[in-house]
Design a protein around this ligand. Structure first.
Ligand code: ADP
Ligand code: MG
Length: 454
């Protein structure tokens, strides 16, 4: 097996091995060509892809080629000649023309017709990155979308702001409609539900309000915590809930907290919210943040140096919405200033984000983080003992001071008890090189960065 068939085969194996965004961003657009004499070339669309593939995939690709040829004399990654950044290679995201009107329409005007389909076409299961923080909620949402009304009813998803509750809920809607475009789905924020209810009372249109929500197949209510303290709306919601539930219509609710912590929520509602499944979403860890950024870049058809992705993922830890916000800020600023998105550029742009409220990264913070990570004493880290257990952490600390604080080599030498600047330079270069080739070093750096910005 050679050429195309071999590459397809390799892609299939890697698809199972790598995370989906990694696969789609870096491996899928690549191709393999064989020049004869055991010379192989992996052709990729741009420099970022080259750097990623070299760092993360070349070893695997080599191992997968090996069984199919007598010898590999050379295996290299090259950037395709005519590579223009293009979104054409990227899989089309669900882009249904009839779902493209994002502005909320006035609901009451259309009470007699089916609720408008206005789900964000980007909010699908495919674009949702799964990590330990959201695995259960994701799995439950998928089950609900496959068999609405049958499995968990209601599905109650809770978690902090910007962690993907709305995304997941709309993914349920998008998936159900994909399977059956005739399904009637009502998606409403709890606030809108409340406002409409009050307006309906004032305008004596309560019947049409009731019809609107009691005749649907799927009822999605976002941010249900806003039912707090609203007795009248709770009463109305209670009846809607019962009618739909008895008819085996699927109900999905999101909230920023568990039902029993919603103030003044009637007990009969609190208990009903627990009838199906209650699933939480936590903050994503570093790896999941990396994958989310890669997915967002893929959606936009933008490529960014992996180093910068790593920096953003370690700087913005609070929630996914902020993560996306920083990314948008970076991309927009780079466009305006016609600048490539380099690490210094990103550091400059996102400086306030990384320092705000979390304490700036300092020499002391770096030394402490490294000492804690490797369980060594500060005096040993800064000292001269040349044993492996100390040399490597010392080099990492020097590297971090250079990369994160932009300290000069002599300055870092001073910090380490008056070491020569060439020693520091050697350490920084060594870690830079190892970082590209040694996954263990890459991992250490990831963890240290995560600690530094936590
Ligand atoms: P919430 O409703 O919990 O406040 P959203 O669903 O509005 O949060 O999510 C905020 C942004 O973060 C959205 O753009 C969403 O696509 C994105 N997001 C959150 N979690 C994920 C994830 N796991 N994978 C991909 N994107 C995510
Ligand atoms: Mg939301």
């Amino acid at each position: 097996m050679m050429g195309m068939a071999l590459w397809k085969d390799i892609q299939n194996t890697l698809e199972n091995k790598y995370s989906r965004p990694n696969f789609v961003t870096w491996i899928k657009p690549a191709s393999l060509s064989e020049e004869g004499d055991g010379l192989f070339t992996v052709v990729v669309p741009n420099e970022y892809a080259k750097s990623w593939v070299e760092r993360n995939a070349l070893k695997d690709i080599r191992a997968l080629i090996e069984p199919h040829c007598s010898v590999i004399n050379d295996l290299r990654v090259v950037v395709a000649q005519s590579a223009a950044p293009s979104t054409e290679d990227l899989p089309l995201l669900q882009a249904e023309p009839d779902q493209s009107s994002p502005e909320p329409t006035s609901e009451l005007k259309s009470v007699d017709t089916a609720p408008p389909k206005r789900f964000n076409p980007h909010y699908t299961f495919e674009t949702f990155i799964v990590g330990n923080n959201n695995r259960l909620a994701f799995a439950a949402a998928q089950v609900v979308a496959e068999r609405p009304g049958e499995a968990y009813n209601p599905l109650f998803i809770y978690g902090g702001v910007g962690l993907g509750k709305t995304h997941l809920m709309q993914a349920v809607a998008n998936e159900i409609l994909k399977r059956d475009p005739n399904k009637k789905i009502a998606y409403v924020s709890c606030e809108t539900f409340t406002t409409e209810f009050i307006q309906a009372l004032q305008n004596k249109k309560i019947e049409s309000f009731k019809n609107k929500y009691r005749n649907v197949d799927v009822f999605l209510v976002d941010d249900i915590q806003f039912l707090a303290n609203k007795e009248g709306t709770q009463e109305e919601f209670f009846h809607t809930f019962n009618i739909l539930h008895q008819a085996n219509r699927q109900i999905v609710l999101t909230s920023d907290r568990v039902p029993k912590e919603i103030p003044n929520l009637e007990e009969r509602l609190t208990s009903r919210f627990g009838w199906g499944m209650i699933a939480d979403i936590q903050s994503p860890n570093f790896e999941t943040r990396m994958a989310i950024i890669q997915e967002k870049l893929r959606e936009r058809g933008v490529a960014i140096d992996p180093e910068v992705i790593e920096y953003v993922a370690s700087s913005v830890t609070s929630n996914v919405r902020e993560l996306e916000g920083s990314l948008t800020k970076l991309i927009t600023a780079a466009e305006i200033e016609k600048s490539p998105i380099t690490l210094p550029f990103a550091q400059n742009m996102l400086r306030d984000l990384t320092t705000r409220g979390k304490g700036t990264v300092t020499v002391k913070k770096i030394t402490k983080t490294v000492c804690d990570h490797f369980q060594i004493e500060l005096t040993d880290l800064l000292g001269n003992k040349r044993v492996k257990e100390l040399v490597y952490p010392r080099q990492l600390a020097m590297y971090l001071m250079r990369e994160r604080l932009r300290h000069s080599y002599p300055q870092i030498g001073e910090t380490f008890g008056g070491k020569d600047h060439t020693t520091v330079m050697h350490a920084v270069n060594k870690i830079s090189a190892l970082k590209k080739n040694d996954p263990a070093v890459e991992k250490d750096l990831q963890l240290l960065n995560q600690e530094l910005y936590a």
